[in-house]
Design a protein around this ligand. Structure first.
Ligand code: SF4
Length: 335
């Protein structure tokens, strides 16, 4: 079934009591202004004027349930007429695990909120502490249980490459998130955003950058775990914004097509298994579903170059093969 179109409204981090080292929410969301009921009305009037219907209104960017209950109600109240006239089909929001309780969730549900996204980020307390998160993994487990018990859909967000983490710890976080059986997940490899504490740590040499290739490697470990558990990963990598692209992202795993790079890496790993027994010096043609040809070739032919070198091949070509399905097949192997 097609997903409803999302209308995002960014609640800046002024509702948040915390200073996570990686966070400059105003910069990430591209919205420096606090949102109010009037903003919600204006955004929905515009959507209505454009004859958009069945939208999913999304309060993103901060910690919705950490802002005052009065403001939460103001924002949700403003959306109600548009639920009645069909402009809004659902409401989702993101928040911190330690800002969730039963009464608050019941209030959200009474206003038509259907989905709550929790920023778990890591399931290791040592990583959460090093990242200034101000909550524990147990808080995430408790909050996830409350969201599900309230009959709301649960999305869990995790990050890779946080201070104090490594590839193995990121995989462990993924496993513990999967064990909480969310309805979906988002994976955000750490980006060093200008003006954050993380930038200071990186410049001082107390934090090592999580590069794009680090992120691709660990996400290629993690993604199949979610797939096997039938948990959709609805986002991989920060949404590119003009500001981040223009220097707001000073280092780290910022890439506009990170998901593509990860899918390409997964295909490279799959091709490695297929090429295992091919003698050195041979020329090989691999067949793959036509939709996956360019991902197997890799950006700037990176997979072709890497596989050719790894297996000392004379040549390596890829062709579309309707019958390949999920596999990569050897179409031709010549001395
Ligand atoms: S909890 Fe969220 S909004 Fe608050 S500082 Fe951390 S990342 Fe930013």
């Amino acid at each position: 079934m097609a997903r409803a179109r999302i209308l995002p409204l960014f609640v800046p981090n002024w509702g948040c009591p915390n200073e996570c080292v990686f966070c400059d929410q105003k910069r990430i969301s591209g919205s420096p202004l606090p949102v109010s009921g009037r903003d919600v009305t204006a955004a929905l009037e515009k959507a209505k004027g454009e004859r958009l219907a069945g939208l999913e209104l999304a309060f993103y960017g901060g910690s919705f349930t950490a802002v005052s209950p009065l403001l939460q109600r103001e924002l949700l109240e403003a959306a109600q007429p548009y639920r009645v006239d069909g402009t809004v089909a659902g409401i989702r929001l993101s928040t911190r695990p330690d800002a969730v309780d039963e009464a608050g969730l019941a209030m959200l549900k009474s206003y038509g909120v259907q989905t709550v996204e929790l920023g778990a980020q890591s399931m290791l307390d040592s990583v959460l502490t090093a990242s200034g998160r101000g909550h524990t993994a147990a808080d995430t487990e408790r909050a996830a249980g409350l969201v599900k018990a309230a009959g709301l859909k649960l999305i869990l967000q995790m990050m890779t490459g946080l201070p104090g983490s490594d590839r193995g710890k990121d995989v462990e976080t993924a496993r513990r998130i999967i064990a909480l059986a969310p309805d979906g997940a988002r994976i955000y490899p750490t980006v060093i955003v200008k003006g954050t504490a993380l930038e200071d740590m990186w410049r001082a040499g107390t934090y090592a950058e999580h590069t794009v290739s680090d992120a691709v490697a660990v996400c290629a470990d993690i993604l199949p775990l979610f797939e096997r558990a039938h948990i959709p990963v609805i986002r991989l990598g920060l949404n590119p914004t003009a500001e981040l692209s223009a220097g707001g992202a000073v280092a780290g795993a910022y890439h506009p097509a990170l998901g593509e790079l990860v899918r390409s890496e997964l295909l490279r790993r799959q091709a490695e298994k297929v090429l295992e027994n091919v003698p050195a010096g041979f020329a090989v043609t691999l067949g793959v579903d036509p939709k996956r040809v360019s991902a197997l070739i890799g950006q700037h032919r990176s997979n072709i170059a890497a596989l050719t070198e790894e297996f000392s091949l004379r040549a390596l070509a890829v062709k579309g093969l309707e019958t390949a399905g999920e596999s990569i097949v050897l179409v031709d192997v010549s001395p």
